[in-house]
Design a binder for this molecule. Structure first.
Ligand code: AMP
Ligand code: MG
Length: 190
């Protein structure tokens, strides 16, 4: 089996941009966008009409979609599988783990990457992204979410034995971040 990198970060850190660049620049890499896989299943089951409705579903329904995506990703066998996903989801029932025990163990990540940005950068990206229905937030709640992400991250690392990298995605630095990750993964590649 090849490398399996799980890339996480709170909404608005620029995770998807970095992940897409990494996949485009790495030979034999395949993208696994966890939200997209869940959404396609949710759409065909007529549970939701857009991807931002999923986090408002009853958690029990979200769990089924989550399990479906995890199983699909667990079966991917490319040289490098890059998973774009979340450590936790803000649901009406509370913060819910994106990588609970069974899910993260099934995906067998070799590396965990947390993408971060400043609360100012995140707020700006969220409000300017008209393609999404992002939650409105204050600077304080973003600071809290960033801290919560780091604590969920250490749990995933301990459950899987995968090392963690924390990368800062400053405005305009996406390409540099993607290149840095590619370099690390090339060296780690068997
Ligand atoms: P994204 O496009 O990465 O913001 O993901 C869209 C949506 O997919 C999220 O708001 C969640 O509802 C769902 N999602 C993504 N990853 C996970 C996960 N690991 N567990 C549960 N839901 C997820
Ligand atoms: Mg995204």
């Amino acid at each position: 089996m090849g490398l399996r990198v799980v890339v996480v970060g709170i909404p608005g850190v620029g995770k998807t941009t970095v992940v897409d660049m990494l996949v485009a620049g790495f030979k034999g890499a395949k993208l696994a966008n966890f939200g997209t896989i869940m959404f396609e299943a949710g759409l065909s089951q007529k549970l939701v009409k857009n991807r931002d409705e999923m986090r408002k579903l009853p958690v029990e329904k979200q769990k089924r979609l989550q399990k479906f995506a995890a199983t699909k990703i667990a079966n991917m066998r490319e040289r490098l599988v890059v998973v774009d996903t979340h450590l936790f989801i803000r649901t009406p029932e509370g913060f819910w783990p994106g990588l609970p025990f069974d899910v993260v163990r099934a995906m067998k990540p070799t590396h965990l990457v947390l993408v971060e940005a400043t609360p100012e950068e995140i707020a700006k990206r969220r409000s300017s992204d008209t393609t999404r229905y992002r939650d409105a937030v204050t600077k304080d709640s973003l600071t809290e979410e960033l801290a919560l992400a780091r604590s969920f991250l250490t749990v995933s690392s301990t459950l899987t034995g995968a090392p963690i990298s924390i990368v800062r995605n400053a405005q305009g630095k996406q390409e540099q971040v993607a290149l840095g990750l590619a370099k690390m993964l090339e060296k780690a590649s068997p």
